[in-house]
Design a protein around this ligand. Structure first.
Ligand SMILES: C[S@@+](CC[C@H](N)C(=O)[O-])C[C@H]1O[C@@H](n2cnc3c(N)ncnc32)[C@H](O)[C@@H]1O
Length: 256
């Protein structure tokens, strides 16, 4: 058994995370640079250390889950969400069930709430936001961001929903209240049901084809008929019909 395979098995036992479902070359590269920096010689030595050292385990989790995010990431897509997708979804239901899956540090679910607030009062906005990584969820709940995370936020939204705190911007409580954060592993845990909108962006790129296939099937089951899946701007679905999806717009899929 190669030492990476032993590592995968050990990590699965310890954390429930199955690294075999992430693209191997990419993952190995990221983890090798971490263990070398820490002075370990191979994956098995690294595993033994991780089993004993909670801080090192956190660093490993941080390295394997790439957490970069920003508000209104790929801004033009968010205009489509605001001007086309939400008006369409709101025709059948004024209280939408929305899931931001792999939400990282919160920029995505907070952006969803801000966009939806153009159409309905915030008291009617509810977004479930999930991620595998508890550390990012803690940061998301804090809601404090550097200027560069807000580069694509329209000026009126920035004025309305953020408070400046020194060099940082804090999301106002009225937006924070609309988002519920929860830990969830897309490769293992049960999925939500009856969703109107699932936003899952910039995480599928890390998974194997087999894992992606399973996740798209799961998302399809999670959506109500007519519900929408919004994916990242490098993540077109190759054969949407296979999952019961039709293309609604670029990077938006409608469940039949
Ligand atoms: C690059 S961020 C994307 C954040 C946001 N969706 C965006 O597009 O800006 C990828 C996120 O996926 C999360 N992630 C990785 N594997 C996951 C899994 N198996 N289940 C849920 N989240 C996962 C990571 O923790 C990380 O926060």
């Amino acid at each position: 058994m190669s030492d990476y395979v032993q590592f995968i098995e050990g990590i699965k036992r310890k954390t429930g995370i199955d690294l075999a479902l992430y693209k191997e070359a990419q993952m190995k590269r990221r983890l090798t640079s971490l263990y070398e920096k820490k002075g370990y010689r191979n994956f098995v030595d690294f595993l033994h250390a991780l089993e004993k050292d909670r801080d090192l385990l956190n660093e490993f989790l941080d390295r394997m889950t790439i957490n970069v995010s920003e508000f209104y990431r790929n801004g033009k897509r968010w205009e489509i969400l605001q001007n086309k997708i939400f008006p369409m979804l709101l025709q059948s239901n004024k209280r939408l069930k929305i899931w931001s899956a792999a939400c990282s540090t919160g920029e995505e679910p907070y952006s969803i709430a801000m966009v939806l607030s153009h159409h309905v009062p915030l008291s009617q906005v509810q977004v479930l936001a999930t991620d595998i990584d508890e550390n990012v969820i803690q940061k998301a709940k804090l809601g404090l961001y550097p200027d560069r995370s807000l580069a694509e936020v329209p000026a009126d939204v920035k004025n309305k929903y953020f408070n400046k705190e020194g060099q940082f911007f804090k999301v106002k409580d009225e937006i924070k209240r609309t988002v519920t954060f929860k830990k969830h592993n897309l490769l293992k845990d049960n999925y939500e049901t009856n969703c109107d909108l699932i936003v899952c962006r910039n995480v599928m790129i890390y998974f194997t084809e087999e894992a992606k296939d399973q996740i798209y099937h799961n998302f399809s089951k999670s959506l109500r008929s007519g519900g929408i899946l919004f994916v990242g701007s490098t993540e077109q679905i190759f054969n949407p019909a296979r999952y019961g999806f039709e293309v609604e717009d670029t990077f938006f899929y409608r469940k039949k």
